[in-house]
Design a protein around this ligand. Sequence first.
Ligand SMILES: [Zn+2]
Length: 316
Amino acid sequence: MAITSPDAFENLWVASVDRDELDALVYRSNLLASDRAIVNFGGGNTSVKSREVDHTGREASILWVKGSGTDLATIDAAGFTGLRLDEILPLTGRTEMSDEEMVAYLGRCQVDPSMPRASIETLLHAFVPHAHVDHTHPDSIGAIVGTADGERLAQECFGPDAVWIPYIRPGFALSKLVAEAVAAHPEAKMVLLAKHGLVTWGDTAEEAYAATLDAINRAAAFVAERAAGKEPFGGNRAPALTSSWRRFSQRFAVSCPWMGHGSFRSTRRRRCSSSHAATIRPSSLRSVRRVRIISCTRDVGRSGSPSTPPQKTRRC
Ligand SMILES: [Zn+2]
């Protein structure tokens, strides 16, 4: 689905009285990932915090979060991991934690050791206080957060509804930053992670789903408006190859596979087998006036851009 189609992401939620919290989490996850412009394969993670009775008969707060190695489009209840939230939240008092420490710690918080290992972004879900949290990498959000001027564009698109987090790789530090941002901006409806993605939430599974759709639809409409009448990525920076140049490049790549595409920029020294018999017939190319073919083991020097035919090249 194109990110330039405003209101392209329709709310497909169908209410049901039969879903418990985990069932609703599965349903929401599958629904979000039914469109790969919202959830990329294997990417994103969703969660719910619920009160449940554990194996001792005591009530506990459980964080259900996507397990590692699963895909939200096909995930079922067994793909989620249950973690004791009361054992995770004290981590907010730490200043740092390595990925290895975090994985080991979360493994001890699982309500059942046989459950899948929790996602590397689990602490983000745990530290955000809302009951239902979605973290996704939608295309339309990426069109904003992935730009050099993403923070300004995010401000123009979402105003105070979004909190901006500068790029930091996923892990403990990012989770703490997100939690602090949400606490400092209770009016916010989402967190935007620079060069990464989106965090949304809701008091119910349906509200969280709607919040995610609302964010990506607003971003899609914003991008469509700003991109109207413009060439993607500013248009071509160099003229397209002529058909004769394209044929020449293809045949050259067959003869000299080690050079690959853009071969005329290579200055690497290679020793090649004489079996690489030249199949180039440059005389058939109108755009190449003269190509001198010399046998083997030579430097292949810079000899022009693809739009400027080389005066000579050498067979490998
Ligand atoms: Zn992510």
